[in-house]
Design a protein around this ligand. Structure first.
Ligand SMILES: *[C@@H]1O[C@H](CO)[C@@H](O)[C@H](O)[C@H]1NC(C)=O
Ligand SMILES: *[C@@H]1O[C@H](CO)[C@@H](O)[C@H](O)[C@H]1NC(C)=O
Ligand SMILES: *[C@@H]1O[C@H](CO)[C@@H](O)[C@H](O)[C@H]1NC(C)=O
Ligand SMILES: *[C@@H]1O[C@H](CO)[C@@H](O)[C@H](O)[C@H]1NC(C)=O
Length: 406
């Protein structure tokens, strides 16, 4: 009697479970593994979708929802039913290849604080996606090579998450990409130089663990904002910087391990408004050519090993609002710069300038200058590659040194 009951229970269990596996789960797997247009049948909770493309995306979203391990804002509470276009974070539009179809065209998870071990099987399976913004979540893992197959994706923002591993090379294969933001993750290794040959407008890679010679990062590009800050880029700022980056509006190199003397070619960064190389190991004098960065508003070299005079021609830049040179080894500052010091624009605290308050102890300065230090091309440090009234009469200024700033 006992045995018969057990067997019949077993039969019931087998009868219930097996059709389930062969039905909906089998179909979900085939959708995830390609064949994205395979028609969805009633197994999908009997839902009716306004477009076939949404019925394809539905199981992907539900699978992703199942691996979300933390959702403090109850975002996924709205991810139920067939009205995907009304799910929090999902936006629908007509895809470029069929103006009458409706599909998930963009995703904005910014600030949702969702945690998931991976985006793979979700993000890389949304073929019509144009924008993906997921700033400030707890997504982790690596980025699937399959994202290169998303033909319309042009804004990709996974900043402030927990992604790790090498730079996702699949990004190089994304032909539509113009905005890439992978700030504040834990990517390591080097950034492939091919990234700079892509048609990117915006590139943010700061606050990762990239370790690489700066010279090996730069290449031809039209990017406007270069933010390499808070990584471990090392080596000198290359002479080629202006050749590759002359259109740059913001150059953020702060908090790396850059060393060596400053190239006078920095003066060719004519469009640059913010140049920040604070907290590195840069040494040598400031080239007078920096006075040719006519659009500069913020220049930061604080926390380096720079020395010599603070060039008056740099302080004479018209729109300058903040020139930070504190924590270096400058020894001289002229009247134009002193005027800006009084206005709080120029900061030369903790240097070696005689007669000024808040300077380094004399012993520290003596110890620093006791070591011989040398920059090559020293004659270029006085060149002015532009015409600046009062500083040079020569339009190019290339063959004539500028007047001494003091
Ligand atoms: C989450 O949101 C859904 C839909 O708005 C709601 O039904 C559910 O009660 C919410 N859960 C919590 C824990 O607040
Ligand atoms: C979208 O969702 C909101 C609440 O989450 C609901 O009030 C509204 O009716 C929904 N819109 C449609 C078209 O279903
Ligand atoms: C365009 O999309 C609509 C709606 O999904 C569909 O009915 C139609 O067959 C599609 N047209 C083509 C050419 O695929
Ligand atoms: C100037 O820039 C430095 C370095 O970025 C910053 O620490 C400082 O607060 C700025 N000063 C002003 C007045 O904005």
């Amino acid at each position: 009697m006992q045995i018969i009951v057990s067997i019949s229970e077993l039969l019931v269990v087998v009868f219930v479970v097996i059709p389930h596996v062969n039905g909906s789960l089998g179909d979900l797997t085939s959708i995830v593994n390609g064949d994205p247009l395979k028609p969805i049948k009633d197994e999908l909770d009997g839902l009716v979708f306004i477009d076939q493309r949404l019925s394809v995306v539905y199981p992907l979203i539900q699978n992703f929802k199942n691996i979300i391990s933390s959702d403090p804002l109850n975002i996924t509470g709205s991810w139920v039913g067939s009205d995907i276009c009304n799910y929090t974070g999902f936006y629908c539009d007509n895809p470029p290849d069929n103006k009458t179809a409706i599909t998930v065209a963009s995703i904005d998870f910014n600030g949702f604080q969702l945690a998931a071990p991976s985006l793979n099987g979700f993000l890389d399976q949304l073929p019509d996606l144009a924008l993906f913004h997921a700033n400030s979540n707890f997504f982790s893992g690596t980025i699937s090579p399959k994202i290169a197959n998303l033909p319309y994706l042009y804004e990709f923002d996974i900043s402030n998450n927990l992604f790790s591993g090498p730079f996702p090379n699949s990004i190089l294969g994304m032909n539509s990409l113009s905005f890439l933001d992978i700030r504040f993750n834990s990517f390591t290794g080097s950034i492939p130089p091919q990234l700079f040959t892509k048609d990117l407008d915006i590139l943010f890679v700061n606050n990762n663990n990239f370790i690489q010679r700066l010279a090996d990062v730069l290449g031809n590009s039209h990017i406007l904002y270069l933010t390499l800050a808070n990584n471990k880029f090392y080596g000198p700022i290359p002479h080629s910087i202006a050749k590759y980056l002359s259109g740059l509006s913001e150059v953020l190199l702060l908090n790396n391990m850059l060393s060596g003397c400053l190239p006078y070619e920095l003066g060719f960064l004519k469009e640059t408004v913010v140049f920040d190389a604070g907290n590195n190991l840069l040494t040598g004098p400031i080239p007078f050519s920096l006075g040719c960065m006519k659009k500069a508003e913020v220049i930061n070299f604080a926390g380096n090993l720079l020395r010599g005079v603070v060039p008056e021609v740099v302080c004479a830049i018209n729109g300058l609002t903040n020139l930070s040179l504190s924590d270096n080894y400058f020894i001289q500052v002229g009247p134009i710069c002193r005027g800006l010091m009084r206005k709080g624009v120029v900061d030369v605290r903790n240097n070696c300038i005689p007669g000024l308050p808040a300077q380094r102890p004399v012993e520290e300065c003596v110890a620093f200058f006791a070591k011989p230090r040398y920059c090559s091309y020293l004659q270029t440090y006085h060149y002015l590659p532009c015409w600046l009234p009062g500083f040079s009469d020569s339009p190019m200024g290339l063959s004539e040194p500028a007047p001494s700033p003091i």
